[in-house]
Design a protein around this ligand. Structure first.
Ligand SMILES: Nc1nc2c(c(=O)[nH]1)N[C@H]1C(S)=C(S)[C@@H](COP(=O)(O)OP(=O)(O)OC[C@H]3O[C@@H](n4cnc5c(=O)[nH]c(N)nc54)[C@H](O)[C@@H]3O)O[C@H]1N2
Ligand SMILES: Nc1nc2c(c(=O)[nH]1)N[C@H]1C(S)=C(S)[C@@H](COP(=O)(O)OP(=O)(O)OC[C@H]3O[C@@H](n4cnc5c(=O)[nH]c(N)nc54)[C@H](O)[C@@H]3O)O[C@H]1N2
Ligand code: SF4
Ligand SMILES: [Mo]
Length: 833
């Protein structure tokens, strides 16, 4: 096989990809030999080649808004850190890292903070993601061990997905499950989620439970397994707000299935009782013996590409390193291995409390690496205020502008996917190489190198004298094996002392989970979520992911094809609530909590329980005005894991009928007046946004164009107006107010120049020159097949997703859009209900 074999940098499935460079283009395909995906990719993975451009990249170190040399930037940051540590002690500084770092980077950051700066104030975005799962496993097994593999999902008789929308968030694993279910008609799939999601497409039973009530469902099941089940199904149904028959069916299936596996993610973890929910799930597997054998177990899926690697090196503030804890023997062992007398002796601050400590002035320096907390942490106004008052904010980033980097005093340019070298570990404990296939751009450097340089400036150069990530990997592997004697399951003994060539050629390798010597059933008392709905804030707001975007959109937001499935922040509302709150499909609404507000477009959704709303988590200040959900979310956390309750917030919703809405296209997007709402979208070769505002923007647009001395063409009728601006026959700006959404033909007009008079006229009136068809909303991102074309094909007789695939190719590559194709053809059945 030709090409460079590496790993997808998105979700925790950890698919292998093969990259070829052809005439400057980056071509990506699935790696047939990688055991995570055997050649398959989802839309995001398939579009990776379009994310490697350098537009918007941070390519030089920055001090404030000025470019600096590496020497200057590192010297400055090092000096400031030394001053702060000297004046206020090591606990006055903190690192906030990410499951998107490579294991080698992560190891270096943890070693510097815990081992040498001597405080444990390093936490990571995994706190928002996996920390409840970690607590659950540690309580049950004495160690953070995930006792399952992807093959177990395929080999099971009953697959339970709890709080997981895997069809969109772990698509390749979901496709493996979907195929296994087709091959084995006896296999059953249960989805536990308040919403009816794309994942329900393959569900035999969907349990749309009351938000936050999962522990009740699993506690009821445990009672039955333990023989105390009289009335358990009735009690659980009542507690969870489910039909008793459905609960009884789930329990029957679980008890009778020879093998059962539960996949769980953010609907379970992101909760003030997330750890207990994880243990409630683990408990039923322990009590029924459906664990540690093929097709069985409690399987927490990791979200980020290297969330697991972070857990392995000890990236969380309450872990030490290599699955060791803040306990005397472990502390002594790690201190001796690292050769340090400064090792932190107690856990550090966890993410939410860390930012509170920054706001209070107790932590005076924060170094953020590979995460965007101004968007992703709860209560984002508070987080922004904390960053604004923090005396030293250092950000290691790949992109230049993020909501977080706006607060940075020092910015370090990091190498991105495709440029950096190292390892990652996926959900099933499989370690794979990420390999570089592009040269380092500008002055960007690997994250580990930046950390090692800083260590040298703080006086610890010797312990960080690595020349290559391979050196770091070997040190990490050696630490896992150091004085292990079988005490820790996480033991990379077979990988210690790899030669450089062996590390370069490293094949995906899964570390053995062992046979779980400790197995504890942890008593769980179901607890309510902490969102207090009341007359003022009567609704519950849920948040999560959409199929084609990744987190804060720094990569996927730039790919036009990925922006066309769901191009704006939306809010899913049940028809009942729409009637109650005067909301209309496609119109805008303001959602607010006591913390803040967001604006989103209403989508009526029958799969949404009355009283509950759902919004995507992705939008932020780079892509919208008031599009971020965490402005509303409170920082309520699980007391054991420190994980915030991102899934439940009390809110209200009001329709917003702006006086004007429209579209703006420009070669370089201008700043809009501050009162205007806007949503930036990706389009090839042109800046593009939609806007909404309470007075017409036409005069503003005209003044802007006149100031540039562009030739201006204006049409107006009633509330509709449009404006085109030309320079030497080239379209510079297009503005439509009160008109239909436009797209492709306008984008094309920017590319074709000069444009003739008749075409200019047609364009001004929002019409394509000549005859052509608009795709509409893109459903199949792999082959760019839009809703309009799909509806036409259905009208012409394509009655099934399979028939659509034969005619239009949609759904025949990654399959992520099959649930939507099926709902368009009317094939889709909603679980049992
Ligand atoms: N496309 C895409 N894929 C991704 C990511 C991405 O940004 N985009 N991010 C990755 C990361 S880091 C992560 S952590 C994973 C997350 O993967 P998932 O956890 O699957 O994704 P979410 O959409 O956050 O939430 C899953 C579901 O939890 C449900 N839920 C909310 N409250 C409850 C509840 O009380 N009980 C139950 N049972 N369910 C509830 C929501 O309705 C939602 O459908 O995705 C990974 N994959
Ligand atoms: N309301 C709500 N909030 C949530 C969630 C939710 O479901 N609802 N989910 C939570 C979860 S599970 C997660 S994981 C978080 C994710 O939230 P974040 O971690 O904040 O999101 P990302 O956009 O992935 O941020 C990664 C940043 O690192 C940069 N980057 C990428 N590669 C590299 C690299 O190699 N080196 C460096 N130095 N930088 C790099 C990217 O440009 C980007 O700015 O959000 C959490 N927040
Ligand atoms: S499922 Fe998609 S996003 Fe996740 S690793 Fe595979 S290709 Fe990447
Ligand atoms: Mo995550």
């Amino acid at each position: 096989m030709t090409g460079i074999r590496t790993t997808c940098p998105y979700c925790g499935v950890g698919c292998g990809v093969v990259v070829n460079l052809q005439e400057g283009a980056v071509r990506v395909r699935g790696d047939e030999r990688h055991p995570a995906n055997y050649g398959r990719l989802c839309v995001k993975g398939a579009a990776l080649g379009e994310t490697t451009g350098l537009k918007g990249r941070l390519l030089r170190p920055m001090l404030g808004d000025s470019e600096a040399s590496w020497e200057q930037a590192l010297d400055h940051a090092g000096e400031r850190l030394r001053e702060i540590i000297a004046a206020h002690g090591p606990r006055a500084v903190a690192f906030y890292a990410s499951g998107q770092l490579l294991t080698e980077d992560y190891y270096a950051a943890n070693k510097l903070m815990k081992g040498f700066i001597g405080a444990a104030n390093i936490d990571t975005n995994s706190r928002l993601c996996m920390s409840s799962a970690v607590t659950g496993y540690k309580r049950a097994f004495g160690e953070d061990i995930v006792p399952c593999s992807y093959e177990d999902v395929e080999k099971s008789d009953l697959v339970v997905l709890a709080g997981s929308n895997a069809a969109w968030t772990h698509p390749v694993l979901f496709q493996r499950l979907a195929r296994a279910r087709e091959a084995n008609p006896a296999m059953r799939v249960v989805v536990i989620d308040p919403r009816h999601t794309a994942t329900c497409d393959i569900a035999d039973l969907h349990l749309p439970l009351r938000p936050g009530s999962d522990a009740g469902l699993f506690v009821g099941l445990l009672r039955i397994i333990q023989g105390q089940g009289a009335g358990a199904a009735a009690w659980a149904a009542e507690y969870c707000g489910l039909a008793q028959d459905d609960v009884a069916t789930f329990y029957d299936w679980f008890l009778s299935a020879p093998r059962a596996i539960t996949l769980y993610t953010m609907g379970i973890n992101q909760s003030t009782s997330g750890s207990d929910k994880c243990n409630a799930i683990i408990n039923v597997h322990l009590a029924s013996g459906k664990i540690n054998r093929p097709g069985c177990g409690p399987f927490s899926l990791t979200g980020q590409p290297n969330a697991m690697g972070g857990r392995e090196v000890g990236g969380l503030a309450n872990q030490l390193a290599a699955h060791m804890n803040f306990e005397p023997d472990d502390l002594s062992r790690v201190a001796r291995f690292w050769g340090t007398e400064r090792l932190a002796q107690t856990p550090g601050l966890m993410a939410v409390e860390l930012f509170d400590a920054i706001a209070r002035g107790e932590v005076k320096a924060i170094w953020i690496m590979g995460t965007n907390p101004a968007v992703s942490l709860p209560d984002s106004h508070k987080v922004s205020q904390a960053l604004a008052v923090c005396p030293l904010v250092i950000v290691s980033e790949v992109v230049r502008e993020t909501d977080t980097s706006r607060f940075a005093h020092v910015r370090f340019p990091a190498l991105a996917w495709g440029e950096k070298e190292g390892t990652v570990t996926n959900s099933e404990r499989r370690i794979s190489r990420q390999r570089a296939f592009l040269p380092a751009p500008g002055e960007a450097k690997p994250d580990w190198w930046i950390i090692a340089q800083m260590a040298a400036r703080l006086g610890y150069g010797e312990a960080f004298s690595w020349q290559h990530p391979h050196d770091i990997f070997n040190e990490h592997a050696a630490l896992t094996a150091f004085e292990n004697d079988g005490m820790r399951a996480f033991n990379l003994q077979p990988l210690t002392g790899l030669a450089r060539e062996q590390w370069e050629a490293f094949e995906p390798w899964q570390w053995p989970a062992g046979d779980l010597p400790v197995r504890r059933i942890i008593p769980v008392e179901p607890r309510e979520h902490g969102a207090q709905t009341n007359a003022l804030y009567p609704l519950l707001l849920n948040s999560g992911r959409i199929r084609d975007q990744w987190h804060t959109m720094t990569r996927t937001g730039a790919v036009p094809g990925l922006m066309r499935h769901l191009p704006q922040p939306y809010v899913d509302v049940s028809p009942v609530d729409a009637a109650r709150f005067y909301l209309t499909e496609g119109e805008l609404a303001r959602i607010s909590s006591p913390r803040g507000v967001m604006v989103a477009r209403v989508r009526l959704n029958e799969g949404q329980r009355p009283g509950e709303l759902f919004v995507p988590m992705h939008w932020n200040k780079q892509f919208a005005r008031e599009g971020g959900v965490n402005a509303l979310v409170e920082g309520r956390c699980d007391p054991l894991s420190g994980q915030p309750e991102s899934k439940q917030t009390a809110v209200r919703i009001l329709p917003w009928l702006p006086v004007r809405q429209g579209e703006l296209y420009a070669r370089v997007l201008p700043d809009l007046p501050a009162s205007v709402h806007w949503w930036r979208k990706a389009a090839p070769g042109v800046g593009y946004l939609s806007f909404a505002c309470d007075s017409s923007l036409l005069a503003w647009a005209e003044a802007l164009c006149r100031a540039h001395e562009w030739e201006v063409q204006i049409a107006r009728s009633g509330e509709r107006s449009s404006l085109l601006a030309w320079q030497a026959g080239r379209l510079m700006l297009g503005f439509w107010e009160g008109s239909q959404p436009l797209h492709e033909f306008v984008v094309e007009a920017f590319a074709s120049s000069p444009v003739g008079l008749a075409e200019r006229h047609a364009l001004l009136h929002g019409q394509p020159a000549g005859e052509r068809r608009e795709e509409g909303r893109i459903i199949c991102s792999c082959f760019s097949v839009g809703e309009n074309r799909i509806r036409e094909a259905i009208a012409a007789g394509c009655g099934t997703a399979a028939a659509l695939g034969q005619t239009l190719r949609c759904g025949t590559n990654c399959g992520s859009c099959l649930p939507e194709l099926k709902s368009l053809t009317g094939e889709r059945q909603a679980g049992s209900r």
